[in-house]
Design a protein. Structure first.
Length: 369
């Protein structure tokens, strides 16, 4: 009886000849039927090793692109992506992968063009998908095709040349604080835990979940940097500590000189976390922090009541306006890929023009790392 294996390992069975056969799906035929390939060995291990070598050859570009379907490549990419993100994020990406495979699975990898990507995104929009969903579809498709391009399986990544769905729905655009708002916040926020936390988020771009999971020792003794290794998560409504969003989210973030006193003030606590909850042992609930954030902005006045995540958008936007390379920004904020970094860049023209003169004045140093 055939033994089913997990995705990417094929199906094993022993033939009457005594040889072991490992059968894998490698794509689709012209008539739409699945295409399989078999590998043989004297032992189960030998048959499986031959199948694994075939997959490795695909990844290395040694299998001609015309033999490779989008689904075969996408599933292989997905398996390799497992080590780059948390288990929760990996599982959540499974839905996006299924949508992409439904759309492109039977297509030959090198046959997908920019127009095909645009038509796919437009069809999803017409089905009522939100702008954030479209961004996830486009982001994963970009990563899949980027890896194929890097392995010489396709000449160029079609997603890079596909138009954005700029009229995609009515979802509120993610916003960043203006330079004037940043300056007002830096000057007018109270010098307490929430005020100093907002200053730190504006000056470092750390996620709210990362701030809440931050222990005092996560801030350097001189306040010059922050070590990010954990993030707060809600599991069935209960606050839990887990790994940050992706492998790249493990990072050391520099703190501008002028902001270090606020970082040191946050560090000077006897509590186990900067934002310890009422039980005294775990971080506070993110909803409590959001309430505190909003109240602080209301107290300052003269600024829009944006969200904690807007601090991160502000940081990315101002770095980009200063001309900091995308690769550097990616490493500072812990984005898994450059496409996500580009998703954050929506700097208004007046911000671009004023950033060079005003950003240094805000923090008294350039955050370029």
């Amino acid at each position: 009886m055939a033994q089913k294996r997990s995705n990417g390992e094929g199906t094993l069975r022993k033939r009457p000849t005594g040889l072991w056969e490992c059968t894998m799906m490698i794509g689709f035929q012209e008539n739409g039927k699945r295409k399989y390939k078999s590998f043989y060995g004297k032992t189960q291990k030998e048959a499986k090793e031959k199948a694994k070598q075939f997959l490795a050859d695909q990844m290395a570009g040694r299998i001609p692109a015309e033999e490779l379907s989008f689904e075969a490549w996408a599933r292989r990419w997905y398996e390799n992506y497992r080590d780059q993100v948390s288990p929760t994020t990996y599982e959540s990406y499974g839905y996006t992968l299924r949508i992409l495979i439904d759309a492109f699975g039977k297509r030959k990898l090198d046959s997908i063009k920019a127009m095909d990507v645009e038509e796919f995104l437009r069809s999803q929009l017409e089905r009522g998908k939100s702008k954030s969903s479209l961004a996830k579809f486009r982001g994963m498709l970009y990563q899949i095709m980027h890896k194929a391009e890097a392995n010489d399986l396709i000449r160029k990544n079609p997603v890079r040349f596909a138009d954005q769905m700029r009229n995609a729905g009515t979802e509120k655009r993610k916003e960043a604080f203006t330079l004037e708002e940043v300056q007002r916040l830096m000057q007018k926020l109270p010098q307490n835990r929430i005020g100093n936390s907002i200053r730190l988020m504006l000056a470092t771009g750390i996620r709210g979940q990362e701030l809440l999971a931050l222990k005092p020792e996560g801030i350097a003794q001189d306040g010059s940097s922050i070590q990010i290794s954990k993030a707060v998560k809600l599991v069935k409504g209960t606050v839990a500590i887990g790994a940050p969003k992706s492998a790249r989210s493990f990072r050391t973030v520099p703190v501008p000189t002028a902001v270090r006193p606020y970082a040191l003030a946050l560090r000077a606590t006897e509590a186990p976390y900067i934002w310890t909850g009422k039980d005294g042992t775990r971080p506070c609930n993110p909803s409590y922090f959001r309430d505190q954030f909003r109240q602080a902005l209301e107290t300052v006045g003269g600024v829009r009541l944006l969200t904690p995540h807007s601090c991160r958008h502000t940081y990315v936007s101002q770095l980009q306006a200063q001309g900091v390379p995308l690769e550097t920004i990616q490493s500072l904020v812990g984005h898994a890929d450059l496409d996500m970094t580009e998703h954050y860049l929506h700097v208004q023209e007046n911000v671009r023009q004023e950033a060079a003169e005003k950003l240094a004045a805000l923090f008294k140093t350039r955050v370029t790392a």
